[in-house]
Write a protein that binds this ligand. Structure first.
Ligand code: NAD
Length: 272
């Protein structure tokens, strides 16, 4: 039987307080990895840790892989380069640079392109793209050799489907370029980087968007939602755990020859 194991591995996951990041943290923990969980939301980050700790107790007997894994949490606003550098200084002090970096934190605000100002564009680029740029730079600089990167982009990067998401789409297109450029420059030093393009995934983030759409009765958004759902080849939204499983695969030895791949996890949205 082939088993995916991250035993003896240390993984840093951003956006671990919610949705895809939280599901990835739990799955990586159950695969034996030590974890460094990063988010700006301290309350929900603690919740992720609590959920992992309670699964630790429940699984202690039958999950021998998980029992020694360590979980550290760091509250960081990833939109600020100096805070990212400080985070890595702290990690460096522990002498344990991670083996795996999962850049997942992101925001998806709807913004009218014609009304946008410099500040709002800067913010979205800082959170969605520049944070990954500086996280990868610190990781490669400090790890020096042999590291695994999984970056989270979006189907919107190559198929801008929803209105009012121009800044989001370009930030996520940048994530694809960043990932593939890293493979070219650092692949020979043993860095393996891939990028996932999630489709419609039911998370705290998308739930609050749906709630807002219903509360404000924004017909433009309701219509977008209808067309979006119609295009889902599997006829349903995905679960965060279904993205987490692909992140796990790409982070494991089973993907040892997968380099610079753009992998949609979208229930067939892009192909229909
Ligand atoms: P989510 O909103 O449920 O969780 C995102 C997490 O990122 C939150 O915990 C939030 O606190 C954190 N975060 C946001 N800004 C931050 C900052 N400045 N510093 C530190 N942490 C910050 O989101 P999700 O739906 O799980 O999405 C995760 C990733 O997947 C995002 O990059 C998103 O763009 C991408 N994605 C999601 C979907 C989807 O349908 N859910 C589709 C395509 C792409």
């Amino acid at each position: 039987m082939i088993e995916i194991s991250l035993l003896e591995k240390r993984a840093l996951i951003t956006g671990a307080a919610s949705g895809i990041g939280r599901a990835t943290a739990k799955l990586f923990y159950n695969s034996g990895a030590d974890l460094i969980l990063v988010d700006q939301n301290i309350y929900e980050l603690n919740e992720t840790k609590k959920e992992i700790d309670s699964s630790k107790k429940n699984n202690y007997k039958d999950n021998s892989k998980a029992k020694d894994s360590k979980v550290e949490i760091y509250t960081v606003d990833l939109s600020k380069k100096e805070k990212i550098d400080k985070l890595w200084d702290k990690i460096d002090e522990t002498g344990k640079i991670p083996d795996i970096l999962v850049n997942n934190a992101g925001i998806y605000p709807f913004q009218d392109y014609l009304k946008m100002d410099e500040k709002s564009l800067e913010h979205i680029m800082d959170v969605n793209l520049n944070s990954m740029f500086w996280m990868c730079q610190n990781f490669i600089k400090r790890k020096k050799r042999d590291g695994i990167i999984v970056n989270i982009s979006s189907i919107e990067a190559i198929m801008p489907f929803k209105e009012d998401t121009i800044p989001y789409s370009i930030s996520k297109a940048g994530v694809i370029s960043l990932t593939r450029s890293i493979t070219r420059d650092y692949g020979r030093r043993g860095f393996r980087a891939n990028v996932i393009l999630p489709g419609a995934i039911r998370t705290e983030g998308t739930n609050s968007l749906i709630k807002k759409t219903i509360q404000t009765l924004d017909f433009k958004l309701v219509n977008v939602g209808y067309l979006f759902n119609k295009r889902l080849a599997m006829g349903r939204w995905g679960k965060p755990e279904e993205v987490a499983k692909v992140i796990l695969f790409l982070s494991s030895d089973l993907a040892s020859y997968v380099q610079g791949a753009m992998l949609p996890v979208d229930g067939g949205f892009l192909s229909s």
